[in-house]
Design a binder for this molecule. Sequence first.
Ligand code: NZQ
Ligand code: ZN
Length: 390
Amino acid sequence: MLGNFVYANPTKLYFGDEAQKNLAEALMPFGRKVLLIYGGGSIRRNGVYDDVMAALRATDKEVVELSGVMPNPTVEKLEEGIKVARDNDADFILAVGGGSTIDYAKAVAVSAWYEGNAWERFWIRQEDPAPGERIIPVGAVLTMAGTGSEMNGGSVITNPDTKMKIGKVFGEEVMPRFAVLNPRYTFSLPRRQMVAGIFDCMSHIMEQYFSGDDDCTSDYLAEGLMRSVIASSRVAVKDPENYEARSNLMWSSTWALNTLIGKGKPQDWMVHMIGQAIGAHTDATHGMTLSGISVAYYRHMMKYGVKRFARFAKIVWGIPANGKSDEQMASEGIDALGAWIREIGADSDISSLGVTPDMLDAIADSTIVLTGGYKTPDHAEIVEILRESL
Ligand code: NZQ
Ligand code: ZN
């Protein structure tokens, strides 16, 4: 483990099939005026809204509601949230939903009292809030496992006009103060969303695993998490109401992206950058943009980090080495990843997401290029990876 780092995570978690019973206590320390943010209405159909309102009533909070946060929340929706938060002088934001709702709540939290253009400042220029700047504290009730937004500072916003989907990773001051994680809340997810969340979680781990070549504790943690995700996914796709599997998936997703397993090492994140560009052009489901390109992406990267890919095959997929070369093992590991994508029912191509050959150049243009992986892909390689994923 050769890297130097600081690690802190301020989010207090309440986990389990009665986790919502802690919500009133969790809300207690914060101000009276609560901005309740949620999505398109699933929480009204599955009973989560009633649980949340009961906790808010028990603490005598004054509640303002803001709903309709769409998957892949937009700049325009952010403007609405800024206005509602300011007009009501919200003391606290309670986000109830999946990654989109929680990401959006963080975006409103940092942007509400900023006088300028928040999109330009935080997402385009990637600035951080100034010390002492007013940020509304956020809490979360999670209803979909996958993004890790419940315990991180990430906030991904889409600008459909400029075809940019950009993540900003904020610091501790923006991370949720608490998150309520009840795996039963995820039972009502449509199968496609459950699977998208499973692949998103797996992708977060792979983004942090396929990089670096020193002996690093973080990589061993990543391997354990990947094995758990694979095992639980196989149960969950057959039996979506299996509490044991869904609780493991929820817990793994949180740990996959609460920054722990990326500590002390470089990280790749190019699957996410390309996936986000696909999302900006198609509004496709996040996890499916990742499953659609991962096999092609990793086949391109394999030769630059062949030992790690061979280790992935052996430890994560249990493929016996039997005297095979690292190249052979690496290739079999990627085959296993592809087979698993099909097995759980995630998308294995991007044509099904609405991508057509004439869009590939523009998607590559929208892709932000990061340099932490085994090889930094150039524009032509990104187009090639996209073409192979059609
Ligand atoms: O809007 P509602 O009606 O709630 O429906 C949602 C939405 O249609 C539905 N849903 C959620 N929980 C449900 C449910 N339906 C029934 N029962 C439930 N319990 O599922 C749909 C998708 O929800 P969404 O929040 O969009 O999904 P996800 O959690 O995958 O979030 C995706 C967003 O997170 C960003 C993505 O880019 C995307 O914008 N990400 C955030 C990250 C972070 N903060 O660190 C990292 C990720 O890599 C990702 O980029
Ligand atoms: Zn993701």
